[in-house]
Ligand binder design. Structure first.
Ligand SMILES: Cc1ncc(COP(=O)(O)O)c(C=O)c1O
Length: 409
């Protein structure tokens, strides 16, 4: 039964929230069964997580990869490895998941938000540069929806100032910039294996680096800073247990076999849709800068509200009537407008770490972000899936076309 008012037959698309849109099968089942039969479910003694780490590092061509419990944990591990002083600043994006921001606060540093590129909604070198200060300890870039940031320019800036760059690749498995995979361009790459990502083990994360010292600190932070294997181990510094279990590792390792194919299908499907909707006035398909390869965690449209009355929200409502579970405005508002930032809801009533920062770094004045507000106003995020068939894609394309015409009537 559908409550839709749409005359054309409504199709249910595969969803990444259940078996219809996830490539989970016998391979994952037998890996998990093997883990259970082994009786070893902790990665400190098991085989699956170490194998996953080796496999992931090899696939990225990095020296080190460590698994952890989530993408949020991955960002926390990366920030902890950089080891900011209380109140230090980390320049990042206001259009990202909260899991990329709360780790900064937990580690006693503060996010300083850069502006975004109006065509990709990624942070830019120019905007990052305007936010740098003597207290900038790191830059975190999010490759939003799978579309790489302009890493050449960002790395040139960061290297000239000696500031490490953390790449948040939670949405960008196998995306690349000038033939180098994202996650290998900065000092550390962070990935998420959460339910809706390119590959999944339900919850999980990975960090990657070529730097031996950062790798060591990340390994320790995941393991309560206990020096496993050392002659005289101790808890060397404040850290958490962010380990991935062998059950998750078994699933994630089996998923690694499927990553390339799943990603290639997402890319091919996106290119097909782009070719089918590029003539619709008022609708802009994802824009990918020269030299970048976008791997489409989501397919994000830009809707011109002058050409499409009601803009992204109205078009989103029309698509939802057709059971296309899209998200107008993505995170709705820039991250700095969430209560955690506006009301400084952090540790008791202390306001820490905002209280330890330069006041001008954390005043989060909305007037400084016209491009961020404009971006969120116009974006419409479509769910994306490697299991879309031509029938699904035609359905999405026709639904967009018909909905736009209906709004223009
Ligand atoms: C860009 C980005 N960073 C970090 C995260 C946090 O990952 P997780 O949900 O696995 O904690 C996400 C999750 O959606 C994300 O999209």
């Amino acid at each position: 039964m559908t409550t839709s008012t749409v005359a054309v037959p409504v199709i249910t698309l595969p969803s990444d929230q259940d078996a219809s849109g996830r490539s989970l099968g016998e391979e994952e089942i037998s890996a998990v069964a093997e883990a259970i039969r082994s009786g070893t479910l902790t990665s400190t003694k098991g085989q699956f997580v170490p194998q996953l780490e080796k496999r992931f590092a090899a696939s990225l061509v990095t020296k080190h990869a460590h698994a952890c419990s989530s993408g949020t944990a991955a960002v926390h591990v990366a920030v902890a490895a950089i080891d900011p002083e209380p109140g230090d600043e980390i320049v990042t994006s206001p259009i990202t998941d909260m899991g990329a921001l709360s780790p900064i606060l937990y580690q006693g540093a503060v996010p300083v938000f850069a502006e975004v590129d109006p065509s990709t909604w990624n942070v830019t070198a120019e905007s990052i540069e305007s936010r740098l200060s003597p207290r900038t300890k790191a830059i975190i870039v999010t490759h939003l929806f799978g579309n790489p940031c302009e890493m050449g320019e960002i790395m040139e800036l960061a290297n000239s100032r000696g500031i490490p760059v953390i790449e948040d690749c939670a949405q960008a498995f196998l995306a690349s910039h000038r033939d180098r995979k994202v996650g290998t361009l900065g000092a550390i790459g962070c990935f998420s294996l959460q339910q809706g990502k390119h590959i999944t083990c339900g919850e999980g994360g990975l960090v990657a680096t070529d730097n031996d010292a950062l790798a060591r600190r990340m390994f320790l932070f995941i393991n309560k800073a206990w020096g496993y294997g050392d002659a005289n181990p101790d808890h060397y510094f404040l850290a958490l247990n962010y380990r991935m279990s062998e059950l998750q590792g078994a699933v994630a390792l089996a998923q690694m076999d499927k990553l390339e194919e799943a990603t290639a299908k997402r890319v091919a499907a996106a290119q097909w849709l782009t070719s089918r909707i590029s003539d619709i006035a008022g609708i802009q398909a994802p824009r990918v800068h020269a030299g970048n390869a976008h791997t489409y965690w989501k397919y994000c449209l830009q809707v011109d509200s002058e050409a499409v009355p009601g803009g992204a929200v109205a078009l989103g409502n029309k698509l939802k009537e057709r059971r296309i579970s899209c998200a107008p405005r993505y995170i709705q508002k820039p991250a700095f407008m969430c209560e955690v930032f506006r009301k400084r809801r952090t540790f008791g009533n202390s306001g820490f770490p905002f209280t330890a920062a330069r006041p001008e770094a954390v005043n989060y004045d909305s007037a400084a972000y016209p491009k961020t507000f404009a971006a969120l106003e116009h974006i419409l995020v479509l769910p994306w899936n490697e299991r879309y068939t031509e029938e699904h894609l035609s359905y999405i394309a026709e639904s967009i076309r018909e909905s736009v015409y209906e709004l223009q009537k």
